[in-house]
Design a protein around this ligand. Sequence first.
Ligand SMILES: [Zn+2]
Length: 49
Amino acid sequence: MGNRPLPSKLCALCGRPFDWRRKWARDWEQVRYCSERCRRNRSRRRPGR
Ligand SMILES: [Zn+2]
């Protein structure tokens, strides 16, 4: 079994762990959000409610 554990981080917005993705290979150190959705929502400080 040659499974290497992928590096993972916690999303700065939703706080969920997410795994390394190929598209982040270059920017992994700068990635802070699990998805583009969270990335866009960062500008929103409070969830509207
Ligand atoms: Zn997130």
